[in-house]
Structure formats: structure tokens, C-alpha cells
Design a protein around this ligand. Structure first.
Ligand code: KG4
Ligand code: ZN
Length: 334
């Protein structure tokens, strides 16, 4: 056993704690999902989310440590999401991590949630090649990043309106599916015809930016005219979102020096997107890595893993620092 870090993420609606050995080997990862709470409202209620985090963080951490098979005295440091995320939710993990850092006298490593989603691609494997292009597609974010060296990520472009997951969630809700809509829409889409509706698949050409509000509005109009079955709409819309994402990756590959592609975030748990990423890898003869579904969605392992590398770089956080709810990646300036 090498240096083991504990990672905490409470940025959104899942309470996540994990322990990772030497940045790559996941010893334990525990996620307490709040789906049960937010389902009733069809979306996340921030007040409820932070309260649930506060109730759960203690036993989630205990469970993760127990499962890891190591003692609390063997934890080398604690990584925690500083942002972006919901302020009230972030604060719970942040304060808990500070407490652990102070009481155990171990370093506190504050991390960016978006960088961690990209780092998740390296869990359980080795041999990544730089420079690389990374894509994060979640409920709150959709962006392309450029990484010239390990593990620095710069922003190339991002969504100008809805995140990919958000668009899927909204259309799913319109179809009467429960929250979170992405996985439900995926199930429904299996029974539908993806070529039933033609959405524009090339959005904001010549830029690294995304937009999903146009196809979302189009889907709404079609649905209100009752011209399609929910299955066909689900299949066609899911295909459109996936095609838009892959099209942007292609643009990045056409315009930048890239030796591999990585993709993370909740929507990367989607089967169709995973298939299309594999197809892209084969067609363009470039490695494309993405995490297994459990580490595509929010988790503590991506935090614990990245924390180890940041600690090796000597990047510890001051205990006087605070959360950064709208922390984005630094812009790539070429
Ligand atoms: O990364 P994540 O767990 O939390 C955020 O940081 O936002 O991403 C959650 C998003 C939600 O919009 C959810 O609907 C979507 O990921 N998602 C999926 C799938 N699993 C989760 N979307 C499509 N297909 C899935 N299988
Ligand atoms: Zn996330």
C-alpha cells in the first residue's frame, strides 16, 4: 500500500467519499444518492440537498473508510471539491474535510470538480498521452478542455446555455420521466427510432462552444404538436445530443495537436455516447478514454486520485481558504 488519500465531493446532489491508493487504485468508493429526495420535485432543491449532505457525510465517510480496509490513521491527506457547485452543498464537504484535516493533522487539498471529472479517466489505468483534449458533460457543465501536460486542464469552450445533461433532464421531464432524466431517457430511447426526427447536429461551427437550447426548444415544439411517440422523441433527442458532443470533439482533433481524448461527467455514463466515443477512437486512430459509469457520474474517487497528484506537486490548501461555487477552468490561450 502506498500513499492513500480520502476524497470528498458534495458539489451537487450526491454525497461522495472514496479512498484511493497512489492516485489510481480505488480502495473504496461510497455514494449516497439523493434521487429519492429530488425525484418528488423533478429537480434539485438546494436547501434540501445541503441538509441531506449534512445528515449523510459522517456515515458515508465512515462506510468508505471501513470498506477500504485501512485505518483512519493511515490516510495521508484529504482532497475535497472546492467548486464549482451549489454553495450550500459544497460547504458541507468543505467543512467536513477541514475538520478531518485539522483533527488528523493531514494536508487539505482543495480541488476543481471539472478537473476531477477529467482525472476520473485515469483511475485504474496508466499510460495517458499528452497533449490531450478532454470533454466534461454533466448536469451542470458541458465543456472542452485542453491539457498540455499532467494534470493541467484549460478551457477551450463550453455551453452557452444548457448543459448536455440538463437538456436531457428537461426533455425527459417533458416526457413525464422521473429525475434524473438522462438514464430514464436512455431506457425509453431503446424502444424508439433515432432517425424519426432530424435535429441540427452541427452547432456553432468553427468554435469549441456548445448550445443545446435550440434542439431543446425544437423537441418541445414537436412534442406539443403530438407528432411523435415519446420513444421516438427520446431516441432522436438522445442521438442529437450525442452527435453534437462528438462533432465538437472532431473539431478539436482537427484544430489542435492531440495525442488522446478523455471524457467524463454523468452523461458519459450513456451507452450511445460511449459507443460513439469508441467509434471515434477507431476512425481517427486515437486513444479515447472514459471512466466506467460509476466514475463518470459524481464520485469521491476522482477527487482522492487527483488530490494525490496535487499533493505531490506541493499544492496544499490553506485552511483559511473558502469554497468557490462558480470556479471555472482557466481559459486556454494557445
Ligand atoms: O456528473 P454528474 O453526476 O453531476 C453533475 O456534476 O452534474 O451528472 C449528472 C447528469 C444528469 O443530467 C443525468 O441525467 C446525466 O448526468 N446522466 C445521464 C446518464 N447517467 C447520468 N445522461 C444520459 N445517460 C445516462 N446513462
Ligand atoms: Zn459532476
Amino acid at each position: 500500500m502506498g500513499e492513500v488519500f480520502l476524497g470528498i465531493d458534495t458539489s451537487c446532489d450526491d454525497t461522495c467519499v472514496a479512498l484511493v491508493d497512489e492516485g489510481r487504485r480505488v480502495l473504496a468508493s461510497v455514494v449516497s444518492s439523493q434521487e429519492d429526495i429530488h425525484k418528488k420535485f423533478g429537480g434539485i432543491l438546494p436547501e434540501f440537498a445541503s441538509r441531506a449532505h449534512a445528515e449523510r457525510i459522517g456515515w458515508v465517510a465512515e462506510e468508505a473508510i471501513k470498506k477500504s480496509g485501512i485505518g483512519i490513521e493511515d490516510i495521508k491527506g484529504v482532497g475535497v471539491t472546492r467548486g464549482p457547485g451549489l454553495p450550500g452543498s459544497l460547504l458541507v464537504g468543505w467543512e467536513f474535510a477541514k475538520g478531518l484535516s485539522i483533527s488528523r493533522n493531514i494536508p487539505l487539498i482543495p480541488l476543481n470538480h471539472l478537473e476531477a471529472h477529467l482525472f476520473a479517466c485515469f483511475l485504474g489505468r496508466e499510460g495517458e498521452k499528452f497533449p490531450l483534449v478532454g470533454m466534461v458533460v454533466s448536469g451542470g457543465h458541458t465543456l472542452l478542455a485542453y491539457s498540455p501536460e499532467p494534470f493541467k486542464f484549460y478551457l477551450l469552450g463550453q455551453t452557452r446555455d444548457d448543459a448536455g445533461g440538463e437538456a436531457l433532464d428537461k426533455v425527459a421531464r417533458m416526457l413525464g420521466l422521473s429525475y434524473p432524466g438522462g438514464p430514464e431517457l436512455e431506457k425509453l430511447a431503446k424502444k424508439g427510432d433515432p432517425s424519426r426526427i432530424e435535429f441540427p447536429l452541427r452547432i456553432l461551427p468553427g468554435t469549441y462552444d456548445f448550445s443545446f437550447s435550440g434542439i431543446k426548444t425544437q423537441a418541445k415544439r414537436i412534442w406539443e404538436r403530438k407528432e411523435v411517440s415519446p420513444e421516438d422523441l427520446a431516441a432522436s433527442f438522445q442521438k442529437a445530443v450525442v452527435e453534437i458532443l462528438v462533432d465538437k470533439l472532431e473539431f478539436a482533433l482537427d484544430t489542435l495537436e492531440v495525442n488522446m481524448v478523455v471524457a467524463g461527467g454523468g452523461v458519459v455514463a450513456n451507452r450511445l455516447l460511449r459507443e460513439r466515443l469508441k467509434e471515434l477512437s477507431w476512425r481517427r486512430n486515437i486513444p479515447v478514454w472514459f471512466p466506467p459509469p460509476e466514475f463518470s457520474i459524481d464520485n469521491g474517487a476522482m477527487i482522492a486520485g487527483l488530490a494525490y497528484y496535487r499533493w505531490k506537486e506541493g499544492r496544499e490548501g490553506g485552511l483559511e481558504e473558502d469554497i468557490k461555487p462558480s470556479w471555472n477552468l482557466e481559459l486556454w490561450k494557445g
